[in-house]
Design a protein around this ligand. Structure first.
Ligand code: NAP
Length: 244
């Protein structure tokens, strides 16, 4: 399936590493003008070298005012990927206030703020747009030591649906991808131990974790006109995990 984003402008958060970084590269390869937002300057510098033409914004998305300031100069955006997230793994009885607040600030609150900024501009310009939130299978299935992470992704799924409801009449589609484990830096944190990976793999009918490319393909499909009548969907990219 050929997808072209020529003439469109995209913004990807959490673009320094993992899924966000490869999403930037794929969007660029499909012809989009891309702004990559992340927290570590070195990651953005190396991405800009690898992917000439990509604009970068370095900001900590947990800081509401700093994020608003940083995005004020980004200009119009047609395609938004809210990908940035953190995962603090703690047993339920040891969850800290700091982990809770930082997780909700990055994984939920920043997705709302960035979407507000981008959607207001889309509406003012009278253009159609597409927003993809990167959620997780953890939004719909309880995982050991993932209380806060699961709660943020559950919240993100409902945010996706309300955004689809309220922004649809303005020609803006909103969907999420909900991957299973992907062995990025974040994925390795929870799943590199074979004692944890084994039982998880055994619950995935396709018998493997997702590759970054599997998730990027889902994001590109939902951003593109190939999904023109799809909005409010939380699309598992999980090899069948959530079906069982
Ligand atoms: P990753 O490798 O840890 O990359 C996350 C990126 O987000 C990093 O560039 C990170 O920058 C950035 N980020 C985090 N907090 C930020 C903040 N406060 N401000 C700005 N940027 C921030 O993670 P990933 O595996 O690619 O995950 C991408 C998305 O997929 C996340 O939404 C995650 O929840 C979701 N997901 C991942 C998996 C998995 O197994 N990997 C499974 C399901 C869903 P710094 O490194 O500079 O902090």
């Amino acid at each position: 399936m050929e997808i072209s984003f020529a003439g469109l402008r995209a913004l990807v958060t959490g673009a320094g590493k993992g899924i966000g970084r490869d999403t930037v590269k794929a969007l660029r390869a499909a012809g989009a003008e891309v702004t990559a937002l992340s927290r570590t300057a070195g990651d953005l510098e190396s991405l800009a070298r690898e992917c000439p033409g990509v604009r970068t914004v370095c900001v900590d998305l947990s800081q509401w005012d700093a994020t608003e300031r940083a995005l004020s100069s980004v200009g119009p955006v047609d395609l938004l990927v809210n990908n940035a997230a953190v995962a603090h793994l703690q047993p339920l009885l040891q969850v800290t206030e700091e982990a809770f607040d930082q997780s909700f600030a990055v994984n939920v609150k920043s997705a709302l703020l960035v979407s507000q900024i981008v959607a207001r501009q889309m509406i003012a310009r009278g253009v159609s747009g597409s927003i993809v939130n990167v959620s997780s299978q953890a939004s719909q299935c309880a995982l050991q030591d993932h209380a806060v992470y699961c709660a943020t992704k559950g919240a993100l799924d409902m945010l996706t649906k309300v955004m689809a409801l309220e922004l649809g009449p303005k020609k803006i589609r909103v969907n999420s991808v909900n991957p299973t484990v992907v062995l990025t830096d974040m994925g390795r944190l929870g799943w590199s131990d074979p004692q944890k990976a084994g039982p998880m793999l055994s619950r995935i009918p396709l018998g493997r974790f997702a590759e970054v490319e599997d998730v990027v393909n889902g994001i590109l499909f939902l951003l593109s006109d190939k999904s023109a009548m799809i909005s409010g969907v939380c699309l598992p990219v999980d090899g069948g995990f959530l079906a069982c």
